[in-house]
Design a binder for this molecule. Sequence first.
Ligand code: GDP
Length: 310
Amino acid sequence: ERYVAGLARTRGGFVAKLARLFRGRPRVSAELRDEVESVLFTADIGAKAAQKLLDQVTDLLDKSDVADADKVWAVIRTAARQILTVPAAPLDYSPNPPPYVLLMIGVNGVGKTTTLGKLAAFHKAAGRRVLLVAGDTFRAAAGEQLEIWARRVGCEIHLGKEGADPSSVIHDGIFRGAREGFDVVLCDTAGRLHTKKELMDELQKIRRSCAKALARARGVGEAEVRGPHDTFLVLDATIGQNALAQAVLFKETMDFTGLVLTKLDGTAKGGVVLGVCDELRVPVRFIGIGEKIDDLRPFDADAFVEAMFG
Ligand code: GDP
């Protein structure tokens, strides 16, 4: 399946390296342990997750003189599944009253706009009325790119003027979405990292404007509304451990309810998903496995482990 194909490079990277270590080595040796350690610690899964996997493997090797690859594989899979399973309620796309409002955040180039386009298609296919909101007003190209997606998907888009205040564009978009009976409002945001403080201040302002818009549309106080319903941080898997560092930086000032890992098809660094889950304990909600409209998958820990370690 595409899921498996999307992770082929990661499988061919550190996972294949691990598998090779045991081939033709019937005895557990000090050398073998060192090699396992070195593969795990250079696998882009982050030091903490690597240590967790290593502990499991070490326990097993301590108990046996035989280098049983199947058993090692089983403990690695179990430990990986534990790390990837972050308890979370299923996504609720039907709040009462509608619309479901989603903010997409992350630095430039990670795949926010593309993921929004794919998500719009996903909701459309489920029969929901979708409004895209082009909150990245700093780059004209960002709005144009989202417009192309809206056309491709066949959904509506709310565009602000170039250079307009992003939070006011998002406010107006959400207000329109609520007033015009959309089921789902998906908002893009700008991800320029001028300074961390600037970006974070702006994202906070955007978040407040979501609640303001919903309250205004319903004629209630801001304290009575919940919005956005979800905020997804998008991370580019091809940058490996830097994605982990980015996530930690965002986490310091901005709450997000889910993660999206993109470009898993183009990298051997898919192990970073383990590191991110382990470090943040925020659920991965979707993964991107290509540039096309249907190259987005809901994240599933079991399927992911299966695709990665087979
Ligand atoms: P943004 O600046 O965060 O909005 O990023 P974009 O959505 O513009 O994406 C940047 C580039 O990454 C584009 O060329 C996308 O086609 C590409 N991209 C996004 N998601 C994926 C993915 O899952 N796989 C691959 N191979 N490319 C992707």
